[in-house]
Design a protein around this ligand. Sequence first.
Ligand code: GDD
Length: 292
Amino acid sequence: MKDPRDPETRFFLHHGDMTDASCISSIVSKISPDEVYNLAAQSHVKISFDQPVYTCEIDAIGTAKILNAVKCAQEYSGKTIRFYQASSSEMFGKVQEVPQKETTPFWPRSPYGCAKLFSHWLTINYRESYGIHASCGILYNHESPRRGETFVTRKITRAVGRIKMGIQKKLYLGNMDALRDWGFAGDFVEAMWLMLQQDEPSDYVIATGRMVSVRDFCEMAFSAAGLDYRDFVEIDPRYFRPAEVDQLLGDPSKAKKKFGWDPKVSVEQLAKMMVEHDLDLAYREKTLQDIV
Ligand code: GDD
């Protein structure tokens, strides 16, 4: 008998590809999951302007493949499979209301936003057409020390660490006036799970309800290392986008009311957490450079 506490028996990785409907279908029917979280995406907004077709293949058509696999597996086995769709605040784009809530009209401003909006509506359509327990989390920017280094918060905190250790001189950014509602990924993932524990599926805005600019985030991150961002940050037009989302501010009151969700980490704590991690990383980089 296998020990259920052994991670090897609880956690398996299955190879798959979002472009391959047959493999998605066979994985879903083979493991017969209780819950499916569709986080698969080409998730970089700027890159979606350079790779619009690929972004749509993964972020839009990929969702159709997973949803259909869930529907077929559920019909075949009779077992309910709960489905989570990673919708995005990017769907609000040119915002029609401040703050945005679940009923705010969408106006995406990038191929990424358009693809996410397709998946958002398709998920709702599967819920309405086939009674699938499918929920969409409209998540605002969620960050952590694990964030990819080309997203602005991590790009900034990586630079802070490297500048502090003397292995980088400048940080080049695009639009520093963009405003975002930044939260901690750990808090937001908890909200994803809570959504699927509800009796009824629905769509929820997950945000902190506070908006700061890229400039503000720079200020917080550099000062956490005792530096003044104005001495190091320069603007490079390469990082501007063909169409920008100027501001995003979410109203998470539905999630709070329905399942008591509240973010625990403030943007100041988040910046500090990321800077501490990246100071340590840069220290190790520097030590390695000094050795070799
Ligand atoms: N990446 C990046 N790099 N962004 C920059 C830079 C830069 O050098 N300079 C300024 N910015 C601005 C962008 O123009 C944007 O307004 C803002 O910083 C945030 O950019 P990102 O960190 O790349 O995130 P995003 O808001 O475009 O998208 C993220 O959040 C969405 C949720 O709203 C991604 O995680 C998406 O996948 C997610 O859906």
